[in-house]
Design a protein around this ligand. Structure first.
Ligand SMILES: [Zn+2]
Length: 278
């Protein structure tokens, strides 16, 4: 019996090499750096054993190592989530920090505040309906929210109804599972809700996604070129149902501004002219 303990303590000793600055007090080893014991006295059936224990600086080192490991794990998780989130990897660059301030500053600020207050938005089950004309930066703003949240460890996905419809149409089975999966992300961003879902089948899928998201109680961000008026006054009863559900779970933001793509094209044209000396 004692042999086993002695063997354990011998192993324990090998794993706890003395440092040159360590010293002994009353037969127990002390750390020369933090001056706390590296050994303790234990009595077992009348015999005294002196197993090694970690001193304060060893415990601190262990804690830091664990923190480093946690941080690496967290970074890997963020990398994986970011890879999943965007269908176009350029969108990883769509961040508030990278914003070139071509868009409306107060609206970009509203997006930032939405992202910063995300826990509150989750509690309120509130998403955003970002509407406005083509190219003002609606998708960019939504992408910034996603990137901000991804860095905080949230799982987000940015997609469009046409992508969802395409994916689901190609499936023989597992359609509902696919939609259920989408609706489990902390934030679902549907980029560019338009008249793309004209067929009954497509409308059904759009309705299904919005319904499922409603039930999940998790926020959704939808960008669209359609105005709330156009959304409200649609002929189709089914669409009316879809949009009224959507209005119920989002806060509308009217993003007006100049067409970023057009401006980039104009700038690009001017730069090319200058380069070519035309
Ligand atoms: Zn120490």
């Amino acid at each position: 019996m004692f042999e086993l303990f002695e063997q354990i303590i011998e192993e324990n000793k090998k794993a706890n090499l003395e440092n040159p600055e360590d010293y002994h007090v009353n037969g127990l080893l002390y750390c020369g750096r933090c001056h706390t014991p590296r050994q303790e006295e234990k009595e077992l059936m009348g015999r005294i054993f002196k197993p090694y224990i970690p001193c304060l600086c060893m415990l601190e080192e262990e804690r830091k190592e664990k923190e480093r490991e946690e941080e690496i794990k967290r970074m890997m998780e963020i990398k994986r989530n970011t890879g999943i989130c965007f269908y176009d990897q350029n969108m990883r660059e769509w961040t508030f920090a990278n914003d070139n301030h071509q868009g409306d500053a107060s609206i970009m600020n509203a997006f930032l505040r939405y992202a910063e207050n995300f826990p509150e938005m989750q509690k309120r089950k509130k998403g955003l309906l970002i509407y406005g004309s083509q190219g003002v930066g609606k998708s960019y703003g939504a992408g910034c929210v996603a990137n901000h949240l991804l860095l905080k460890g949230y799982r987000c996905i940015m997609t469009s109804f046409s992508r969802i419809i395409n994916a689901v149409s190609g499936m023989r089975e597992g359609k509902q599972e696919y939609i259920d999966d989408l609706c489990r992300y902390d934030l679902l961003i549907i980029d560019d809700l338009s008249t793309e879902h004209e067929t009954e089948y497509a409308e059904e899928i759009v309705m299904n996604v919005i319904e499922t998201r409603c039930v999940s109680g998790l926020p959704i961000i939808v960008t669209t070129n359609l105005t709330p008026d156009e959304l409200k006054h649609t002929e189709s009863e089914r669409k009316k149902r879809i949009y009224s559900r959507l209005f119920g779970i989002t806060f509308p933001i009217n993003y007006v501004g100049e067409d970023r793509r057009k401006r980039t094209m104009v700038n690009d044209y001017a730069e090319m002219k200058a380069i070519l000396g035309l």
